[in-house]
Design a protein around this ligand. Sequence first.
Ligand SMILES: Cc1ncc(COP(=O)(O)O)c(C=O)c1O
Length: 505
Amino acid sequence: MNKKQEATPFYSKLLQYANSNTTSHDVPGHKLGQIDNELLDYVGINMFRLDANAPRGLDNLNKPKTVIKEAAILMADAFGSDKAYFLTGGTTMGILAMIMAVCRANDKIIMPRNVHKSAINALILSGAVPVFVEPKIDENLGIANHVTYETYEEAIKNNLDAKAVFIINPTYFGVTTKIKEIVKLAHEHDMFVLADEAHGSHFKFSKELPMSAMKAGADIAACSLHKTVGSLTQSSIILTKGKKVDHVRLRSTINMLQSTSPSSLLLASLDVARKTIYFKGPEELPNIVKMAKKTRDEIGKIPGLKAITKKDFLELGAKDYDQTKIIVKVSNLGITGFQAYKELFDDFHIQLELAETHLILAVLSIGTKKKDLDALVEALKKLSERYYENAKPLKHKIIYTEPVSSIRPRVAYHAPKKYVRFKDALNEIAAEMIMIYPPGIPLVIPGEVITKKILSDLKFYQKSGSVILSDTDRGYVKIVDRDEWDRKEDPNEIWKSRFIISKLQ
Ligand SMILES: Cc1ncc(COP(=O)(O)O)c(C=O)c1O
């Protein structure tokens, strides 16, 4: 343990400011909590006092020189990286920034198709060309897992001109691939390795967890400390390692996406969460893993339910599984995960992280208490009592299907568009992203063909009451207007034929 990690340079300075009785003639307009309202009543004056907008002495996130810089050095040290950047726009912003910093227009990037929407948006913004690699499908759970080493190897060997390889470490469900071996192979071919570590920020702090992207040698990783480490929602970091990273470009890209009024509360929460996980993680994370295992065993005894284990994922070829997650297959009760998610909330006041067709997912952290897990087990017992006796197997099977790319995402984004009803969208090219949230992994992305399977999955998700995110109102979808495409000249050549992946039919 490094004693230096006890310091919280940014938070300590902010606290000093909050207690300094300074008269505010700057923004934010709440004037350190001098406007009465319900939020002030609930959270108290202290939160407002800490919500300062870069007063003197508190450094500048766009060009850190003092306390933010010191906090970032401690962050990098704690996470085993060379450098760390603080973000107040979540890992969404981190993924945008790392892809845009590394890939220029027309650079190829090898990435799983089951990426978070931010990676697809990064393709639109950067103009990078995706080489999608298909994840392993878990037919039992109806979810997409890791991408195997062999699949990455084939993609790398068939695309030696690729600039970067993108790895999800881990998936939303906690599954990892052979990241170390993939990094080695990618580096042998002079490719960058970028890791989406939104769900893996805690990995570094326990040997019982999968390998972190920095340990595996990835060049850049984006980590949501708010998801599993305990900082405030939206606070994330970018970590870097090695000499390949162009820090001037990365910094300028981050600044392009970062608000000029970053939340000091979020920054302070990063500083404090880093100290906490550094000192408490190594002792408390193994306890959480133990508690999760015990909970899985108990759930396994409940009729009609199965808690998925590390062994189950290893048998499917995964490298590792983050055992601080609890996945419960509920569909043998004859109900969907969506229904279980809703009933657990409505009837038992239990908020889960995610539901899928067959499963529900609980995410644990060092903040999880035994009583919380007991409550989950008790509620699941009641759910089983409700449904087990008359359970009929689920009819609709959502199985991730290989998407059909037609044109590049950026081309579709800039192409002429029109709106049609879902029922009339068969075989059209999507001009928007449609996803179920959570997990925020797109069913279809701009440039892909809207297939029969996508339409039937969407209908199913609509019926099941899932949150469907898209640009267009319910019932309609934005597609590429092929007639207009043929008619229209494109003076900027943004979306004409040279960008076509497979010819428009
Ligand atoms: C796999 C994955 N990557 C990235 C993100 C984005 O992270 P954030 O919510 O910190 O913006 C998410 C969010 O759920 C995610 O699930």
